[in-house]
Write a protein that binds this ligand. Structure first.
Ligand SMILES: NC(=O)c1ccc[n+]([C@@H]2O[C@H](COP(=O)([O-])OP(=O)(O)OC[C@H]3O[C@@H](n4cnc5c(N)ncnc54)[C@H](OP(=O)(O)O)[C@@H]3O)[C@@H](O)[C@H]2O)c1
Length: 281
């Protein structure tokens, strides 16, 4: 394992300023990693800095920011990373008809291409060293789908296929690729998707579906049925440290049952379940 100054292994967690990334950073610190937390906002990471987290500015929509972050890592972590947790992401919701393609591209920039840029730049050192672990935080939404979530689901479905191909390409270089598929987790995710969805599709032909989706999301997030981010954080730490990590970790509220319905019963049944849930109001 790559170490920092010959001591603890080093993990980089993107999206460490909130939710799952913050929890993963904490869980990795608890397991003895030197953790570098990357995000646009630095302030929310301050509480973990006293526990040893090293904050790093990163905007995944900006190639210059990614290049600067990797240059900083090259200087500060000359031994290279043991673990890269590609967690940063968000959901761009709205009907396909009403979502500008610029927003769709931005969705892919954060959830796939920025992640890919960062990974590409960090891969040569891992490959030359012959070890490393790349943990991509996808979603149960990388296998299932919901109305008004086309671009989010497209980006996560793409990340799933991309990760599978990468796993095969790196198999001979000692680098493991793991996908984490969280279910409903209580983080900033629902807040980030709410306002843009309302603006795009809250009036007009998709208004009823938008109300249904927001009410459905309010049920599962606001009623606090969702799982705590710490659950996913611990799963990521498990994937980072297991001697034989799984290719996929399914974790959190609704993930297993929904993936089961989708996998066993097929599209028509899944469509009916999804629409019944979001059309009910
Ligand atoms: N919550 C759920 O129910 C759920 C379910 C399945 C999958 N997920 C996935 O889990 C991951 C983490 O989301 P979360 O639920 O923890 O949401 P969150 O609390 O909103 O956290 C999102 C993180 O992504 C970072 N981020 C967003 N845009 C970025 C950009 N352009 N450049 C760099 N960082 C950026 C944010 O940091 P800054 O804003 O400071 O940059 C923040 O730290 C995402 O990939 C999400 O798709 C979440």
């Amino acid at each position: 394992m790559a170490t920092s100054a010959g001591s603890s292994p080093v993990a980089l967690v993107t999206g460490a300023s909130s939710g799952i990334g913050l929890a993963a950073a904490q869980a990795l610190l608890d397991r003895g990693f030197t953790v570098i937390g990357a995000a646009r906002r630095q302030e929310p990471m301050a509480p973990l800095v006293s526990a040893g987290l090293r904050p790093l500015a990163l905007d995944l929509t900006d190639p210059a920011s990614i290049a600067a972050a990797v240059a900083w890592l090259g200087q500060e972590v000359p031994g290279g990373l043991a673990v890269l947790v590609n967690n940063a992401g968000y959901g761009a919701y709205g009907s396909v008809e009403e979502t500008p393609l610029a927003e769709a591209r931005r969705q892919f920039e954060v959830n796939l291409f920025g992640l890919a840029d960062l990974t590409q730049r960090l891969l040569p050192a891992m490959r030359q060293r012959g070890s490393g672990r790349i943990i991509n935080v996808s979603s149960m939404g990388g296998r299932i789908y919901a109305p008004l979530g086309a671009w989010y689901h497209a980006s996560k479905h793409a990340l799933e296929g991309w990760s599978d191909c990468l796993r095969l390409e790196l198999a001979d270089f000692g680098i493991r690729v793991v996908v984490v598929q969280p279910g409903i987790i209580r983080t900033g995710f629902a807040d980030t998707m709410h306002e843009p969805l309302l603006q795009r599709s809250g009036s007009g032909p998709y208004a009823a579906l938008t109300r249904g989706l927001l009410a459905g999301f309010a049920d599962i997030y606001d009623a606090r049925r969702g799982s705590p981010p710490e659950l996913v954080g611990r799963t990521i730490a498990e994937a980072a440290t297991s001697s034989r990590p799984r290719t996929r970790y399914v974790v959190g509220y609704l993930a297993r049952p929904l993936l089961l319905v989708r996998n066993l019963l097929g599209d028509r049944v899944y469509d009916a379940v999804s629409l019944a849930n979001f059309r009910r109001r």
